[in-house]
Design a binder for this molecule. Sequence first.
Ligand code: MLT
Length: 312
Amino acid sequence: LVMAAAPAFGQAYPNKPITMIVPFAAGGPTDLIARIVGERMGKELGQQFIIENVTGAAGTIAMAKLARSAPDGYTIGIGHVGTNVANAVIYTKLGFDLLGDLEPIARLPANGMLVVSSNNVPAKSLKELVEYLKANPDKVSGGTAGIGSGAHLGALAFNKATGVSYQLVPYRGTGPAMQDLLANQIQVMVDQSANSLPQVQAGKIRAYAVTSAKRSPAMPDIPTAAEAGYPMEVSIWNGLWAPKGTPKDIIDKLNAAAVTALADPAVRKRMDELGLDTPTPEQMKPAAFAAFQKAELAYWKPILEAAGVKAE
Ligand code: MLT
């Protein structure tokens, strides 16, 4: 029996809990995905994943904190197309180098967005919602999770597709924004299905369309935006990153745990129910994920620059 050589630095990694930074408030889609995946990864690695919600500036504060953390595998972060692509174009003082200071660990599930309103809005279709917004510009405001957040990208896409824009109210996440939507404090949102679909299914808010190219099996009776007359495609994909310099064997161990977590039938069921599409193990690999992130940066940069979206 050949014993594996004892690692140079004490016990094998991980030998203590792992912190996962979540760039938005508890109760939102990013937080929910982090908790589902983190809990199952923790089981795989035999260490607890501790969620740390670091909010503000649509996730730039969180990612800057991650970039400054020790590259030892004990601090990782979940981010998405807003925090780890759009913000690099939007924020002139990002506080870190998106590609230079962060190391991709694994690509995570993606979800389309739902165009939703409070039940108080007198519209029964996307067309009627657009008419209502046009006729009542001062009566309607909508939630985002800050400039560059997924909900903000969704609002931009909505504006481009319908020619109508609504007053944007920034929250620390679309969890808190949802509370105001339920209370009709705000009236509309373009929000990740992971956050809005349960509320739609409970009859507490109304969905008009989904922004994915085809309908989601989780919500077969919600038309795509194209079917509803206003083609718009936005998908909010998620991923895990570590500080640059985290050893490759640790990155690979975290990647393997994420692949196992997303292959777990109970996790798959939750992802499917929430309208999330899970990438293949090959797509989840660090190198494939890094290439995907770069391609997304090339896609969103001209769009965001043309839209003149800028923030400090
Ligand atoms: C967003 O980008 O809108 C955020 O993901 C919302 C959230 O997770 O709270």
